[in-house]
Write a protein that binds this ligand. Sequence first.
Ligand code: HEC
Ligand code: HEC
Length: 288
Amino acid sequence: MGGVMKNQGSVSKPYGLTACRTGLLTLLLFATAGLQADESRVEARNEMFKDGFPRQYESWKATEKMDFKSAHNGNQFEDMLEKDPRLVVLWAGYGFSKDYNAPRGHMYAVTDVRNTLRTGSPSGPDDGPMPNACWSCKSPDVARMIDEQGKDDYFAGKWASKGSEIVNPIGCADCHDTNSDDMKLAISRPYLEDGLAALGYDHANASQQDMKSLVCAQCHVEYYFAGPNKEVVFPWAEGTKAEEMEQYFDHRAFSDWTHAISRAPMLKAQHPGWETWQEGVHGTMWPA
Ligand code: HEC
Ligand code: HEC
């Protein structure tokens, strides 16, 4: 994302509204009294930033590439259960034994969560195996919904009930305040703020350097679904090391599922990228 400042001179707001049209918009909002307060300040449509921030838009769009493969996966679609069928037994009784594909670029997040057998094939808004929490790391529409409705209303209900709202794949509004003129980095997921607070870290004081990894920590972390509303919670109250998170779950007698063959209560680490990164050379610099 280098060379950003060069773009700034030509940048108006990405919305491209002229003063005149802004005036008309204001009038329309007054005419539909009450609407303005409910309207989201989050612009979830990635395409709206194409003209204002062409370089960042192109680098975001490059996440659609599927041109790389290595021993540690790549950016391509790959059926991991076919590659290693032992996973079906290891995850017996858990959704991942039905379907688990290698991750690929951000551009595919909404497509892939819709296509996986883990989310089932709901026949209506109140049907299906998963809660709305399953959208949480897939789309800037989640940032928009939380901004519009608050987190409790966003989480309430089955995964299918918000399907018509969640349409844009991971993008600008997941990591940026789209209401700021210079696209400030911002935390759009309140459950990361809660997780950091449990660690005793005040995100309001985060440096720009910290923010660069914290935006990723909104999704590339260990999490579980808690309470009747199945909210996303990060299990960090006792620390972010693997043993500390295990202890957190043990203290709450929480398990992700009961293994269908051995009957053992099981935990499955999801993708604790931010937590494991902290243990390495780069991460020990955090908080800087
Ligand atoms: C809103 C949630 C979210 C945020 C924020 C986010 N990611 Fe992701 N990321 C995902 C999801 C979900 C996938 C997998 C998408 C798929 O497979 O369809 C992914 C995939 C990736 C991949 C590809 C993985 C592979 O094996 O090909 C990389 C690399 C990546 N993210 C890096 C980052 C970095 C770096 C940041 C922070 C600058 C970040 N992500 C922020 C949710 C997120
Ligand atoms: C996964 C998180 C993520 C996504 C998605 C993302 N960005 Fe960024 N963006 C970042 C990070 C991290 C930086 C680096 C900030 C820094 O260097 O301090 C950045 C930098 C920028 C900057 C430079 C800001 C500055 O102060 O120099 C702009 C402008 C920008 N992004 C626009 C966009 C646009 C437009 C999109 C969508 C097309 C987008 N970004 C998508 C994380 C993201």
